[in-house]
Design a protein around this ligand. Structure first.
Ligand SMILES: N[C@H](CCC[C@H](N)C(=O)O)C(=O)O
Length: 289
């Protein structure tokens, strides 16, 4: 099977995109296809695979598969690239439209110039903050309670965690120095920690000011990436919850791959604004199983 693809990235968080309006993938093959296509040595090389599809609930649907083949419920950088792609391919004709992710439908807005979209804004909705909705193990704690700056001892290290779901789960840790943050050492351990029911994306944040954060991430299913859109949203929500940032004020999040602009509104909705870039088009040779 020869599969046409497009490689795109949001601040270096790059995926291989397949157009489900044109290509019908065998459902059972997708996890293995994601692993193969993501492999830089035996495939193309990416943080995962994103499959754009028709939707019954929105204008288009996004399915995201991590490098390890696991399916994610949401992807902020992926949503901006899908918005770009759907508009440029003509699947949507308005500059404001809706995208269905596994975690729900979001409102996207593109800002085309001469038919090309480089900047996208997405209303990522209201974060889920209850312990049981992250989801985290509840034990004898209140399932309705929030996880804000909670002691989180791990690997002989005393950390405090703030847990936020943007439809996918995030554990946010505030550190004094982003440069010294233990992303590579503790990321893979925390990702699989049993206190997180479905695993977790792991973010380390250094607060520069109320409107500026430094950010690094270990992603569930993909490891260290240059950027994580839902993670940047979770970081700003966590910063507000911990009193470092304010609702209604746009926060600049400095990720390895560049800056995202995130605003948690008075209505608790998280608005993400940032770039989406195309790298290449190609044909992937995929042996069916
Ligand atoms: N690893 C994530 C999915 C990708 C999220 C990230 N790339 C983004 O831009 O939000 C998960 O399994 O929940």
């Amino acid at each position: 099977m020869k599969i046409p693809f497009t490689k795109m990235h949001g601040l270096g968080n790059n995926y291989i995109y397949i157009d489900g309006f044109q290509v019908n993938l065998e459902e059972s093959e997708i996890p293995q296809l994601a692993r193969k296509i993501s492999d830089v040595n035996f495939g193309i090389g990416s943080d995962g695979l994103i499959y754009m599809l028709p939707s019954e609930k929105a204008d288009v649907r996004m399915r995201i598969f991590n490098k390890d083949g696991s399916e994610g419920k949401n992807c902020g950088n992926g949503l901006r690239c899908i918005a770009k792609w759907a508009y440029e391919l003509g699947y949507v004709t308005e500059t404001e439209f809706q995208i269905e992710a596994n975690s729900g439908v979001v409102d996207a807005k593109v800002f085309p110039e001469n038919g090309v979209v480089e900047q996208v804004s997405v209303d990522m909705g209201v974060p889920r903050l209850k312990r049981r909705d992250i989801p985290m193990v509840v034990d004898d704690r209140d399932p309705e309670s929030r996880v804000v700056n909670e002691p989180f001892p791990v690997a002989n290290t005393e950390l405090n965690v703030t847990a936020v779901s943007m439809g996918n789960p995030h554990a946010v840790f505030f550190v004094d120095s982003i440069v010294e943050s233990p992303v590579a050492e503790l990321g893979p351990i925390i990702e699989k920690d049993e206190r997180f029911v479905d695993g977790i994306n792991v973010e380390f944040i250094e607060v520069v000011s109320e409107k500026e954060l430094h950010f690094r991430v270990w992603e569930r299913g993909s490891g260290i990436t240059q950027a994580c859109g839902t993670g940047a949203c979770a970081a700003v929500v966590a910063s507000v919850l911990n009193g470092y940032s304010n609702v209604g004020e746009e926060v600049t999040v400095h990720l390895e791959g560049g800056d995202l602009f995130i605003n948690m509104t008075e209505e608790q909705r998280v608005i993400m604004r940032g770039p989406a870039e195309k790298v290449a088009d190609g044909i992937f040779h995929w042996p069916s199983v």
